[in-house]
Every structure is written in C-alpha cells, then in structure tokens.
Design a protein around this ligand. Structure first.
Ligand SMILES: *Cc1c(COP(=O)(O)O)cnc(C)c1O
Length: 406
C-alpha cells in the first residue's frame, strides 16, 4: 500500500526509515533530472503489436529484428523439446546441464560463424563478462571503443586488466594505444560491430589491419549484427569480409535469433579454455534445452532462408527515408537501429510520451546509457512491421513535430 501511495505522490525521505532514506533522495534527484527509469508491462504481444495499459501499441523498440521469437517453427521446436527435457536445465553445464540440444546448438553456431567451436552462455551479458575476464588479467591490456556495450565495460573491469579507451571509431587513436602497449602480455581489442545506441558500424576492416600489424587479439560483439548483416546473415564481419581474422566472435540468441542466451565462437583451444576458466559459464545454470532447441531452429531458418532478412532491410530503408524527410536523422549508417538525437532529457521523454499516447512505443534513451544532453528516441525496425505501420509512425511523428513548431 505504502509503496503505491508514494509512487503516486512522490515520496519524501522523511517517509522512510533511516536506512533507505538515502536511496529515496537519489531517486528523487533522478526524477527531477528526467533520468528516472521505469518499465511498462505488456499484457500480450503478437509480433510488433502489443497490448499495454489496455491500449493497442505498435512496438518500434524491439530487438526481435526478424520477428523470429514468434515464428511457428521455432515455437514448435521449443514446445517439443520442453516435453522431452522439461522447462529448465536443472544444473550448470559442467554438472548435468549440457543437454543434447545445447550441444547441437553449439555445433550449429560454430558452423554459422565459420569457427572451430562455439560455447553458449545464459545471456550475452554473461558471455561478455565471462570471456573478457577469463582471457585477460593483470598482465594484459584491453583496448575498447568508448561506446561499447555495458557488458563489455563490466567484463573489462572484472578482468583486472589495464583498460585503454579510444574515442568512438577513432582509428588513429587506436593505433596510438597499440603502439604504446607493447609491454603487456596480451592486447585484446574489443568492439561492438553495430553500436546499439548510435546505430553505426565499427570500421572493422581498419581494426583488423591494426590488430594484425600489432599482433593484438580481436573480439567482436555481434549482438546486433547476427542475423541482420552479411549476405548469409552471419553478421557485420561477414558484411566486411573479415570473419576469418576475428579471433573471438560474440553473439546473442536474444536479438535477431529471437530467444535467450549468448555465445562465443572461435578456436577450439580458446573455447576449451573458457570452459575451464570462465566464471559466468561455470557458475551459472545452463540454457534450458527447449530454448537451445528453439535457437537451433532459428539459426537453421536464418541460414536457409533470406526472405525475412530482405523484408527487414526493406523496412529499414522505408523507416530511414521517413525519419530523414522529417530531419530526425541525418546520413546515418543504415541498420535496424535508427536513433534520433533530441538533446535534452526532458524533451526526449515528452516526445516518447506523446508517441505512446498515439499508440507507438519508442524509448527515450538517456544518461547514463548515452552522454548527458544527448538523449535520443531510439527507433528499431523489424521484419514484422508492415509498410503501413511505418507510414503511420512517420505521419504521427510529423504531426507531433508540427505541433511543437506551430
Ligand atoms: C544486448 C547486448 C548484449 C547483451 O546480450 P543479452 O543476451 O541481452 O544479455 C551485449 N552486447 C551488446 C552490444 C548488446 O546490445
């Protein structure tokens, strides 16, 4: 009761005991700066159509880029496997959690990513923190792009390695760091392939040239690239033709693949090392077999059928064209992530609120996910959108912008 009432009225520190008063003060500060976060509950979901707070809402924010989370073949695979194996894995991988579906999925992911072996983790977050912290330690240096995902940042911190950060996409700065870091045992460059808040691509061909020149290792986070980029949907490394030189290829099952989990693909020995040393792999329950079976079906579908990927790219072009005509975006790289930088946090929040009132869910991404004063509306596109969904969004955006100006 109490918490409901305080949510409505805005609680004061005096309402609480001394132990949590500090937390309430901090939350109130966040609210006053338009940086307070809350989630909305979906009562149902069909593709990109959801029921939220009793309204019909079109999602322009999901990472389910190919709409595979609702594909009948994948749901069938999930339910069949759940009948055989149950709903959960029951144990971690090195105990009794290494089910046949997980093994088959790992073989399929290795083949898909053109690597010797692959290893599945409970999430992409777990894959990143568990891999970077296993491969690097005090004697090593990790070299990272300023805008890498939080899970890469956390993995670097956890590793205890020295951390060197280069400004987003700045290749001469990356080279400078590599030149000055010869004394370290290992040098690991880590980069997102498609940056999740800016929607732009890492200059992988340049990074590959530098990593070879200085003998560094390269880990690429293809969370948003997998299933979306490349002629066969293998990712941004395929798109640039540099797959063979990526030492450690990371991906998630939770975005275009449409399920849940993360993975690492690479050399057999490197994978063997992770099995023995990666704490997030060893000390966490295995992926449920049914999720593995569904993911396997999804990888097979992506490999066999390019039609969903083509539909996604048609939608990306339509949405990008519309956003550009409203001057909400400039000459962005084309990707399923199209951010419109609004600037001030309160303004982005109001814009997002107005869109929700009109039936669209588009999040206002704010600090600390992006720098202060660079708040943005982050539009994501899916193969599950139809042309009229996109056209309606653009029309509503035009009206909102017109009202602001008028
Ligand atoms: C989403 C994301 C992750 C984490 O993946 P989960 O499977 O959601 O834990 C890692 N890296 C990047 C770039 C991401 O966007």
């Amino acid at each position: 009761m109490k918490s409901k009432a305080s949510e409505r009225q805005g609680s004061t520190a005096a309402d609480c005991g001394p132990s949590i008063a500090g937390l309430v003060d901090e939350l109130n500060t966040l609210k006053s700066k338009h940086l307070y976060r809350k989630f909305r509950v979906l009562d149902s979901m069909r593709g990109v159509r959801a029921k939220i707070e009793r309204r019909d809402i079109l999602l322009f924010c999901s990472n389910d880029y190919l709409g595979l989370s609702q594909h009948p073949e994948i749901i069938d695979a999930l339910t069949r496997s759940a009948r055989d194996f149950g709903a959960g894995a029951g144990a971690s991988r090195l105990i009794s959690g290494s089910s046949a579906p997980v093994r088959r999925l790992e073989e399929a992911l290795a083949a898909f990513k053109q690597k010797e072996r692959a290893l599945v983790f409970a999430s992409g977050y777990a894959a990143n923190i568990g891999t970077i912290s296993a491969l690097c330690g005090k004697e090593d240096v990790v070299v990272v792009d300023k805008l890498n995902h939080a899970s890469v940042v956390d993995g670097c911190r956890l590793s205890g390695a020295s951390i060197r950060v280069y400004p987003h996409g700045d290749m001469s700065y990356l080279e400078k760091i590599l030149k000055q870091s010869g004394r370290f045992r290992r040098r690991l460059i880590v980069t997102d392939s498609l940056f999740s808040m800016d929607g732009d691509l890492a200059p992988l061909p340049e990074i590959v040239r530098l990593k070879e020149r200085y003998g560094a290792w390269l880990m690429v986070d293809e969370a948003h690239g997998t299933g979306v980029f490349g002629a066969r949907g293998r990712g941004v490394a395929e798109h640039f033709g540099v797959e063979g030189t990526v030492d450690i290829s990371m991906g998630t099952l939770s975005k275009a693949i449409g399920t849940m989990g993360g993975f690492i693909a690479g050399d057999g020995e490197m994978i063997d090392y992770l099995i023995n040393r990666s704490r997030s792999f060893i000390f966490s329950t295995a992926l449920p077999p049914a999720i593995a079976a569904a993911s396997l079906q999804s990888v097979e579908l992506i490999t066999r059928d390019a039609s969903l990927r083509k539909a996604l790219w048609r939608n990306i072009e339509r949405l990008a064209g519309g956003l550009k005509s409203l001057r909400l975006i400039g000459n962005n790289d084309l990707s399923p992530i199209l951010p419109a930088i609004v600037g001030e946090e309160g303004k982005a929040l109001r814009f997002s609120e107005q869109l929700f009132e009109s039936g669209f869910l588009v999040p206002a991404v704010r600090y600390p996910t992006v720098p202060k004063g660079k708040a943005r509306l982050r539009f994501s596109c899916s193969a599950a959108h139809c042309e009229t969904d996109i056209d309606r969004l653009i029309e509503v955006l035009g009206k909102i912008l017109g009202a602001v100006k008028g």
